[in-house]
Design a protein around this ligand. Structure first.
Ligand code: AMP
Length: 214
């Protein structure tokens, strides 16, 4: 199965991606994670991407597209993949369509999580993640216990761009550039809109239903 998971920052894409990956045995490809890794390792890509990410702007397409093409060509994507955080604009969606048609592997679903802006801000500023295993916790859901990961014991950290100044910009970028993709995928009959409010487990149940019903 090949899936795109769309939704504004804070919609719960990271958490739901982990569950989709486990349930369907597909690779989780998060462009945000790949870029953060490049920044941490100070690769040439990471050095160029950092200032865009710090301000909440999109990293230029020419940097992101090569990174995605390389990632989805890897063996673990052969049995299906989930794209989280990509595509983010019309040019990326077109480039993805070209990559997939060349490889004769079309998308099966585009799942879009809908969450109102006020809830997103609350979730993003309360989000803390584990640098050890990648699990995401959230003060908004009351599942942060003593600042350490309950799975692996590592100290939880806040993402550099999860602060109030950058959040507004990231949400504006989503509304201006990424939300247009809803119409694009709707026209192709691939869009599955899912209510992303409420507990993560409830959202997960809705995603499974949307994916299995279509
Ligand atoms: P995310 O973890 O998906 O919220 O992404 C964090 C940041 O990485 C974004 O605010 C962008 O600066 C950058 N980023 C992630 N994915 C993309 C993409 N597909 N295109 C451009 N920039 C991206």
């Amino acid at each position: 199965m090949r899936v795109v998971l769309l939704g504004p920052p804070g919609a719960g894409k990271g958490t739901q991606s982990e569950w989709l990956k486990e349930q369907y045995g597909i690779a989780h490809v998060s462009t945000g994670d790949l870029l953060r890794e490049a920044v941490a390792q100070q690769t040439p890509l990471g050095v160029q991407a950092k200032s865009y990410m710090d301000s909440g702007a999109l990293v230029p397409d020419e940097l992101v597209l090569g990174m995605v093409a390389e990632r989805i060509a890897k063996n673990d994507c052969a049995g299906g993949f989930l794209l989280d955080g990509f595509p983010r604009n019309a040019a990326q969606a077109e480039a993805l369509a070209d990559m997939l048609s060349e490889a004769s592997c079309p998308l099966d679903h585009v799942v879009a999580l809908d969450v109102p802006r006020e809830a997103l801000i609350k979730r993003i500023t309360g989000r803390i993640s584990c640098p050890g295993c990648g699990r995401i916790f959230n003060i908004a859901f009351g599942n942060v216990s003593g600042g350490v990961c309950e799975d692996c014991g590592a100290e939880l950290v806040q993402r550099a761009d999860d602060n109030e100044e950058t959040v507004g910009n990231r949400l504006d970028v989503y509304e201006k550039q990424t939300s247009a993709l809803l119409d694009y995928y709707q026209a192709q009959g691939l869009l599955r809109r899912v209510d992303g409010t409420g507990a993560p487990e409830d959202v997960w149940a809705r995603i499974k239903e949307a994916v299995s019903a279509s």
